[in-house]
Design a protein around this ligand. Structure first.
Ligand SMILES: [Fe+2]
Length: 184
């Protein structure tokens, strides 16, 4: 949040929305995409914390701490995604019900989940989030929204890193690499 810039804007031009550089259609398309992305990121954040809190078993400490790190990183994305939409002149998520209306990643309300299943599920969700980020990157590129494009590149790298760590623990990554070696 840039308070100084916001104050300057208010004093120079009155309390209006920031003047958008992009066309109305671009703003609608990008902010709609960012809204879905934000809903998914909140859903993944809550699931990551859910599994952090309900972790059990021999590797409790390692997994509990890993998921805490992941949760912190995922939560840090939320404010940037929402404020990016507002900077462009669009709107974003208003409530928990707004999140559930727009999220594509599924919640997990199971009372008990095995540790390894938690990690598998988070690995899949992070890979899915990477796909959503990539498609949002294309939308931003098409609309020449350079700033959102470069922010998404950082989030893709972070999301791939989380998927890498989870995939190494579950052994899923080894399987994926074997499949791609065989098909090459
Ligand atoms: Fe904690």
């Amino acid at each position: 949040m840039d308070h100084t810039a916001a104050r300057m804007k208010t004093s120079e031009q009155g309390p209006t929305e920031p003047a958008p550089d992009l066309g109305r259609d671009s703003i609608v398309e990008i902010s709609n995409g960012l809204r879905r992305l934000l809903a998914d990121v909140f859903a993944l954040y809550v699931k990551t914390k859910n599994f952090h809190w309900h972790m059990t078993g021999r590797n409790f400490r390692d997994y509990h701490l890993l998921l805490d790190e992941h949760g912190t990183q995922i939560f840090a994305m939320t404010d940037d995604i929402a404020e990016r939409a507002r900077k462009l002149g669009g709107t974003t998520i208003h409530s928990i019900s707004d999140i559930s209306k727009h999220q594509r990643l599924k919640d997990n309300n199971e009372e008990r989940v095995d540790a390894i299943d938690m990690l598998h599920e988070l690995g899949r969700d992070n890979r899915e989030l990477t796909r959503f980020l990539r498609s949002m990157h294309e939308v931003c590129e098409k609309n020449k929204d350079v700033a959102t494009t470069s922010m998404i590149e950082v989030w893709i790298d972070q999301t791939e890193r989380r998927a890498w760590f989870l995939g190494e623990i579950t052994g899923e990554r080894e399987q994926q690499l074997n499949v791609s070696r065989k098909s090459a």
